[in-house]
Design a binder for this molecule. Structure first.
Ligand SMILES: [Zn+2]
Ligand SMILES: [Zn+2]
Length: 728
């Protein structure tokens, strides 16, 4: 019997495995072990995908693997099989799928063992310090705020990476006894468990339905904002943990983890691990190991946490299931919701998908009785649903985007002590600059896009990151004066601060929350009642609790009504309902004002008068008529190149190769991408549409090897997106 060969998955765009001879002396091999191998001129880290006896190459031409990195497989057999399924389903190279599924530290070849770190933790004295005591030391105050928000403490490496000068301030906190430094292999801490509130009947029914399920059981937990979905999650998690099994909780945004992490810890009284992109590599590895080895009964994480190994996973919860950020938009383009459902199915356990505005896909699954539909109709604690009003702004003068009735409504709510949320989905000061003489707008040289004006006097491209100062005169005609056109969040913030000088106006968008910890600091100022007006982008609409907000205003609802994307209406409706959900969550009744030039638009009217469920029903009927998801199945082949003709040339050749295989699959295009030029590259796409999922995947299976072999493929960068969420 000859020595077995190793069939290795290597992170490269090539859709195949590579055969190697095992390193000398190593005998016991299992799929899922990492191995270092020579690849071209480099040494790379691959994963054993299978063992084989024969190779296409004779043995004496095979290279020998350099070393084995793991004594045992990284993943249990269940997860290894899921990853292999995901590579097949998304038609993505297995080596890249494996790499996506591991923490960066393992990708870099570190041992799968806990990492010892220097960490800082807040002390009892630090917990009770009066904020005024640190007023003259803003850096110490900011660091203390971050430590307070992190019950596990924070790694010194992470703090130094975020702020190069943090060390001095940290030492002063330690000297004053407000923080303590410790060096240890991290493990999540447990705090004493606390009892939860009594459930209302709908919540109790939901808990019983999930807890009483056996085998694979998918649930859609459809509850209006404030109806107490989190309470259902907590009770279910508590029961699962009490039964000795583990829980995976997936959320769309890092910003949502601190609040939720604290709630799970306080309620369950067991170690809760977190995994998201805001952690240092060592912290991520430690959390991953704590879950794999069963030391952390609960894991809370964003998208890629769906691939974490568990010792005994008993329940999956996915909150805000409609959120597009569960879909990875580059590289391995998986959808964490769909992968989570598949994982639950393979493990034969329940999964709960929660949302106040479920995706049309999940609603369809519920109507088809593939998911059980659990409804939480009432707002918990007896809070009243907000009044939603469409404000017709036609013929009304707008001052910096605000109409007089909206200004008056803001003044009214502020006078009564309420907080106000003003929503505008455009960052920066103004969408662009226009020449008053020749009409030229400031465009990005590398993209088909305007440059966005910032208050700091800079022009910035939101697509490629290009940035330059505002020119003193119009560069096109040499004389014209440049004027800002339209409104962004910075301009609105400025205007509101002038209009309401007695109120604190805060802005929450990607620009104001770029620094780590800044989002938590902003939220803290909202919760302690300091902020009067909050101006922000869709970040504000995502699951945050603002109990003091009594008025939520959408400055411009028209933007989402006229988009080419087939999901635009669904997104707009979800956004409006989510923004509306921020108002009046406690005992105070809330009000929602939507400014629009289209008060008769059927989508808006239906949404406002009849609510999201009726809107969704109409939207599903429209999808059915056009055979778009969830009634049809899509894949998108994208290509881009510096050479302007190459993408369409490649996609045309790819389409021609698909025609003889098409069998029930429609080939739409190729066409230029909606934004044709981005970062100096020309982009185009070919859409594949099929009524039957199986037909689409049969075609992809046979077609991709032909696409890979096309001579035109060497002139472009191309990618395949199965079940695309964005069609550009
Ligand atoms: Zn000009
Ligand atoms: Zn650009």
């Amino acid at each position: 019997m000859p020595e077995p060969l190793l069939r290795i998955a290597i992170p490269t765009p090539l859709r195949r495995l590579f055969d190697y001879l095992p390193p000398r002396g190593e005998v016991a091999w299992l799929p899922g072990q990492r191995v270092r191998v020579p690849f071209g001129r480099r040494q790379v880290i691959g994963v054993v995908a299978a063992l084989a006896v024969d190779s296409d190459l004779p043995r004496d031409r095979l290279k020998q693997a350099t070393e084995r990195l793991d004594d045992t497989p990284l993943w249990p057999a269940e997860l290894l099989a899921l990853l292999t399924w995901a590579a097949d389903y998304y038609h993505h190279p297995l080596g890249e799928v494996f790499a996506t599924a591991m923490p960066v530290a393992l990708r870099d070849g570190r041992a799968a063992e806990p990492v010892t770190q220097l960490r800082y933790r807040v002390t009892e004295a630090g917990r009770t310090v009066a904020p005024a005591g640190l007023a003259r030391a803003p850096r110490q105050a900011a660091l203390l705020g971050r430590l307070l928000a992190s019950p596990d403490g924070l790694a010194a490496a992470q703090l130094a990476a975020d702020d190069g000068d943090a060390r001095g301030a940290l030492q002063r906190l330690v000297d004053r006894g407000l923080a303590a430094a410790e060096s240890l292999p991290w493990a999540p801490v447990a705090v004493p468990a606390s009892a939860g509130p009594a459930l209302n009947p709908a919540q109790a029914d939901a808990v019983e339905a999930v807890a009483g399920a056996t085998g694979f059981a998918p649930f859609l937990l459809d509850g209006v904002t404030g109806s107490g979905k989190t309470e259902v999650y907590l009770q279910l998690a508590a029961r699962t943990v009490a039964a000795g099994r583990q829980v995976l909780v997936l959320v769309p945004e890092i910003g949502l983890t601190p609040q939720l992490l604290a709630r799970f810890r306080e309620r369950l009284g067991v170690p809760v691990a977190a995994l998201h992109s805001g952690l240092a590599d060592g912290e991520r590895l430690n959390a991953w190991l704590a879950v794999r080895d069963g030391r952390a009964p609960v894991l809370l994480g964003t998208r890629s946490a769906v691939f974490t190994p568990f010792r005994d996973l008993g329940l999956v919860i996915l909150d805000e299931e409609h959120d597009a950020s569960f879909k990875q938009q580059d590289g391995f383009r998986y959808h964490a919701r769909d992968v989570a459902v598949m994982r639950a199915s393979r493990l034969a356990i329940p999964i709960v998908l929660g949302s106040a505005t479920p995706s049309l896909e999940s609603l369809h699954n519920a109507r088809q009785r593939r998911y059980r539909h659990l409804l939480l109709p009432a707002r918990a604690g007896g809070a009243v649903a907000p009044r939603i009003g469409l404000l017709d702004v036609r013929h009304r003068p707008l001052k910096e985007g605000l109409s007089e009735p909206l200004r008056a409504a803001i003044a009214h709510h502020l006078a009564k002590g309420g907080q106000v949320l003003v929503f505008l989905n455009r960052r920066g000061y103004a969408p662009t600059l226009l020449c008053h003489d020749c009409g030229e707008v400031q465009r990005c040289r590398r993209c088909d896009a305007h440059l966005v004006l910032y208050a700091a006097g800079r022009l910035r491209c939101h697509h490629c990151g290009h940035e330059r100062p505002v020119p003193p005169r119009c560069p096109a005609c040499g004389t014209g004066e440049l004027r800002p056109v339209g409104h962004g969040t910075e301009r609105l913030e400025q205007h509101l601060a002038e209009q309401f000088p007695d109120a604190v106006v805060l802005r929450v968008d990607r620009d104001s929350t770029r620094r780590k910890g800044s989002m938590e600091a902003l939220l803290e100022r909202v919760h302690n009642g300091e902020a009067g007006v909050l101006v922000g982008t869709q970040m504000l609409a995502k699951g945050h609790d603002f109990p003091g907000v009594t008025l939520a205003a959408i400055v411009d609802a028209d933007h989402g009504l006229f988009s080419a994307d087939f999901r635009a209406a669904e997104r707009m409706a979800q956004l409006i309902v989510q923004v509306a959900g921020r108002a009046g969550r406690a005992e105070r009744p809330g009000e929602v004002v939507i400014q629009t030039h289209c008060p008769e638009h059927p989508l808006l009217v239906q949404l406002v008068n009849e609510g999201y469920p009726r809107f969704a029903e109409a939207a599903l009927a429209e999808r059915q008529a056009t055979a778009f998801p969830p009634y049809g199945h899509l894949a998108l082949l994208r290509a881009e190149a510096v050479d302007g003709d190459a993408p369409l040339g490649f996609l045309t050749a790819a389409r021609d190769a698909a025609r003889p295989l098409a069998g029930g699959v429609h080939l739409l295009g190729p066409v230029p991408a909606p934004m044709e030029r981005r970062a100096g590259r020309v982009r185009a796409q070919l859409l594949l549409q099929a009524d039957q999922r199986a037909a689409l995947h049969r075609l992809l299976e046979a077609w991709l090897p032909l696409v890979e072999a096309l001579p035109a493929a060497r002139k472009v960068r191309w990618s395949l997106d199965v079940d695309p969420v964005e069609l550009y």
